[in-house]
Design a protein around this ligand. Structure first.
Ligand code: SDX
Length: 393
């Protein structure tokens, strides 16, 4: 027994840290944030409440929620100098490339967070990252499409503000559709934290040396970008567009099973879940709601995804390996239906996961026993040997 859960001894030796934040049971397909099931948070909560919960450990009361939300809202603008950093990128730079660079540059603007031993500075950094990453993400898109940056508006909530900064222009306001804004909020909640995944472990390892939290989150964004991780939502939609038609599903299932073919079924499988990723089920339901709201129930991509999931879940290769759809399988279809371009899917995953990264980083930095991370290796290189002069090589 270790905390809430009983682990087999072998697992305990592989665990990289203790944490009170997120609990995953891969066998049962369970996901809790601070003990609350993800299904209940996705249904009843909003992203500011979930962010408060992840950072402070409890759901906020009305007064705490209002104060926290106001703080985040009032820090959503970025230092005006930061706008010049965008201009150093080519217009066709991938939004994730821009986000790695611009979020990392926040290290040069918010000096107060340099002394991370002071909890007040850690809270300062957490609030500024949570507040400003959506603005940087939306501006990465605006820069990419050659439109002027749209500044956040304090009258919008977190999800609405991001959609405003993405879709409004100086010529035309954007009034968020409440159903789409709620669905987007749910996407943020589902992606907020996920225990010690690759990008969170990256943030923890970088932060364990006492590095600046903005630079650590930039490292997390870099790790998340990979197609095996957060880049899978963009890769899943690209795969569905390549499959194109239900009649071609069999060909791709065959390729996914062929070990000589590097093709994998994107949005399927997981390092931890040996059951349905609970987020995928909620995302599928959200997909239905969004497509229904937009009158796109016949969306060919969604129909293709549903059929692909059905066929794969009846195929011995996937069943025997306990491979199920993960959070990335449906998220791209939902965001595409909302008018969000493929290139922004992982950027949105990054803006959602920022709160998980800062909560996990803060948990580590608050632990007086925390030490610099130092993974070890099994050496498989040459034995000791003497130097060879150039004329003998
Ligand atoms: C995320 O860690 C997290 O929590 C991440 C995340 C988060 O919230 O932070 O949940 C977000 O990254 C979700 C995962 C998104 N990635 C994808 O959807 C990319 C496609 N999936 C795979 O690349 C793969 O499933 C991984 C990378 C997710 C896991 O790879 P593993 O560790 O190799 O999977 P495994 O050990 O379970 O594999 C078991 C078998 C292997 O075959 P055999 O050696 O047994 O013959 O299943 C095969 C794998 O080759 N396999 C797949 C497959 N995933 C695993 N075969 C075809 N298609 C796939 N998608």
């Amino acid at each position: 027994k270790h905390g809430y859960f009983t682990y087999d001894p072998g697992f305990l030796s592989t665990a990289s840290c203790d944490s009170n934040i997120t609990f995953i049971d891969g066998e049962e397909g369970l996901l809790f944030y601070r003990g609350y099931p993800i299904e209940q948070l996705a249904e009843h909560s909003d992203f500011m409440e979930v962010s408060y919960l992840l950072i402070y450990g409890e759901l906020p009361n009305a007064e705490q929620k209002e104060k926290f939300t106001n703080t985040i809202t009032r820090h959503s603008m970025v230092h005006d100098q930061l706008t010049h950093i965008f201009r150093g990128f080519r217009r066709d730079a991938h939004p994730m490339a821009v986000m790695v660079g611009v979020v990392g540059s926040m290290s040069a603007f918010y000096h107060e967070a340099i002394d991370v031993s002071d909890p007040r500075n850690r809270e300062f950094a957490a609030h500024r990252l949570l507040a400003k990453v959506p603005t940087i993400a939306a501006w990465s898109y605006k820069y990419n499409v050659g439109q002027p940056f749209m500044y956040p508006k304090n009258r919008f909530n977190y999800a609405e503000n991001f959609m405003h900064m993405m879709f409004a222009t100086p010529c035309e306001d954007y009034e968020p559709n409440p159903v789409l804004a709620k669905a987007f909020e749910r996407i943020l909640i589902l992606h907020a934290d996920h225990e010690q995944n690759a990008s969170t472990s990256t943030v923890r390892l970088a932060g364990s040396s006492g590095a600046n939290p903005f630079a650590c989150v930039a490292a997390g964004i870099a790790s998340l970008w990979g197609p095996a991780h957060g880049g899978a939502n963009e890769a899943t939609l690209k795969m569905l567009e390549e499959i194109g038609d239900i009649s071609r599903i069999g060909e791709y299932i065959k390729r996914a099973k062929d070990k000589t073919d590097s093709f994998r079924l994107m949005g399927f499988g997981h390092r931890v879940y040996r059951n349905m990723d609970p987020r995928a089920a909620i995302m599928r339901q959200t997909c239905h709601q969004v497509l229904d709201e937009l009158g796109l129930n016949d969306d060919p991509m969604f129909k293709l995804a549903l059929e692909l999931e059905k066929i794969a879940l009846e195929d011995e290769y996937f069943v025997s390996r306990r491979l199920y759809p993960n959070v990335d399988f449906y998220s791209g279809i939902v965001m595409r239906a909302m008018g969000i371009p493929n290139s922004m899917f992982t950027a949105i995953f990054a803006l959602a996961r920022t709160v998980g990264w800062v909560a996990q980083w803060n948990e580590m930095m608050s632990d007086p026993g925390s030490k610099i991370g130092r993974p070890r290796q099994l050496y498989t290189g040459p034995e000791r040997r003497d130097f060879l002069p150039l004329d003998q090589r």
